[in-house]
Design a protein around this ligand. Structure first.
Ligand code: SF4
Length: 455
């Protein structure tokens, strides 16, 4: 999972706006980041670390067009080589970055290699760019992007700059709309993974539709519906990934999280509701309100530690958990309802339950605002194999809580308020056909040396 932004500036301020907007979606990826901008010439800067680190001494230039990226870390990739945006200079100068995961990566990579297109990274963003460049050799833009959508399977929200004559912004979203992408205009144009990036500038927010392409060429904005399937928006954006103040497809992330908490069934006598910071706070508030029990902050997180789930290695995730401290007065001799956004590998939950017990809690009842995660995700969230998922292994008891209560599938739908969701990691119903078989093939190829990762 990553975050992307795209700007066509009113003045020559696109790179500055891209920089500040990237900071507002930094929670979507902390491994590396980059900005590519255009004003007659292309400028590309990217590196490992946070936006504030990579761009600390950046001499921001005047540019009309810019795209930017923050990258979500994954195991075994090279953060320098795989940092986005990517750039090619044939048939035009084209820069691109994306959020998502292309599941037929290996097949497409082999196809490109046979045509002597050499990729420099193992990132599917570079692959997407090369497929787009290839299609643009013989086709007009509309046809080229439609062909890209026909050839690439999986999830991708993409932003690009096509530096033909005066240069244009091209953004598009996969036909299922698995990853979010919003846009708005206020004299200039901005597209981003989340509405918070647009809120910052007071820009009204619209969703880029699944299978839609938007082209901004000078002062003209053209929307073209290239392909449409049913919508399958990732439910995990509301549960965990997006910022609480974002609105996706008209559904407020904060309101959804409050409702997720309210929906949780309480079957035990508890004294206090305590959230696992930070994402689960609204759910714990909703839970406490619904069941008439006090809400307390019982766990304090070092704010300089990253988000534990999106950390790329088990070791890093465990280190992040160690940045949590218990406020003993709030748990000692109490029956604690501990509310978390989700239980994926169980790493965090096991350690937190143990911390709260050591601080003197009488009982610890764990609640997950997300239903059981039982199946791998092929579309960009880092839970790729069933053996990594604690619910799938049937080892929930190993967490050590007195009870564990999950959200229901119906409760999740009701809280988000949308029907067209991807919930494949919960129910095994994958929106991209034959995905399981393709994924198995990918895994095979990965074992044989064709490296594939999620972004
Ligand atoms: S499988 Fe789960 S995490 Fe992956 S896109 Fe679908 S809902 Fe999101």
């Amino acid at each position: 999972m990553c975050g992307i932004v795209s700007i066509a500036g009113q003045k020559d301020n696109a790179s500055q706006l891209a920089l500040e907007s990237l900071m507002s979606i930094q929670h979507r990826g902390q491994d590396s980041c980059g900005i590519l901008c255009y004003n007659d010439t292309i400028t590309l800067k990217k590196g490992t670390g946070l936006v504030s680190e990579v761009f600390s001494n950046w001499n921001v230039q005047k540019n009309r067009l810019a795209i930017g990226h923050v990258r979500y870390p994954t195991i075994g990739t090279d953060p320098v080589r795989d940092a986005q945006p990517f750039y090619v200079n044939y048939p035009y100068g084209i820069g691109l970055c994306h959020n998502g995961n292309i599941v037929n990566y290996c097949e497409l990579r082999e196809e490109l290699m046979e045509k002597k297109r050499r990729l420099q990274s193992n990132c599917d963003g570079e692959l997407l760019l090369n497929v787009m460049a290839e299609e643009l050799i013989d086709n007009e833009l509309d046809q080229a992007i439609e062909n890209v959508m026909n050839r690439t399977l999986g999830s991708y929200s993409a932003v690009s700059i096509v530096a033909d004559s005066q240069g244009k912004i091209v953004v598009f979203r996969d036909p299922l709309g698995i990853r979010p992408l919003v846009f708005g205009e206020n004299g200039g144009f901005m597209a981003a993974s989340e509405s918070v990036a647009l809120d910052k500038w007071g820009i009204p927010v619209n969703d880029v539709l699944p299978g839609e392409m938007i082209v901004v060429d000078g002062s003209d904005l053209m929307r073209t519906q290239l392909k449409r399937e049913h919508h399958a928006h990732c439910m995990f954006e509301w549960v965990y990934f997006s910022r609480a103040d974002s609105v996706i497809e008209g559904s407020s992330v904060y309101q959804a999280r409050l409702q997720l908490g309210k929906n949780l069934n309480l079957q035990h006598d508890v004294d206090v509701a305590i959230p696992v910071p930070d994402t689960a706070r609204p759910a714990a508030l909703g839970f406490a309100e619904q069941h008439g029990i006090p809400y307390r902050e019982g766990l304090i997180k070092n704010r300089y530690a990253g988000r534990s789930f999106i950390m790329g290695t088990q070791q890093k995730r465990e280190r992040a958990v160690s940045k949590l401290n218990v406020i003993k007065s709030e748990v000692k001799d109490k029956k604690v309802a501990l509310i978390d956004d989700s239980i994926v590998r169980g790493t965090t939950s096991r350690k937190i339950v143990s911390l709260i017990r050591k601080a003197g809690a009488k009982e610890v009842h764990l609640f997950s605002s997300c239903p059981k995660i039982l199946y791998p995700c092929f579309y960009g969230i880092d839970f790729p194999s069933k053996r990594e998922l604690i619910a799938s292994r049937g080892e929930i008891d190993s967490i050590g809580a007195d009870s564990v209560t999950y959200q229901t599938l119906g409760g999740l739908r009701k809280a988000i308020g949308l029907d067209d969701l991807c919930m494949a990691c919960l129910d095994g119903d994958y929106p991209v056909e034959c995905c399981t078989a393709q994924f198995e093939t990918l895994r095979e190829k990965e074992r044989e040396g064709c490296i594939w990762q999620e972004y």
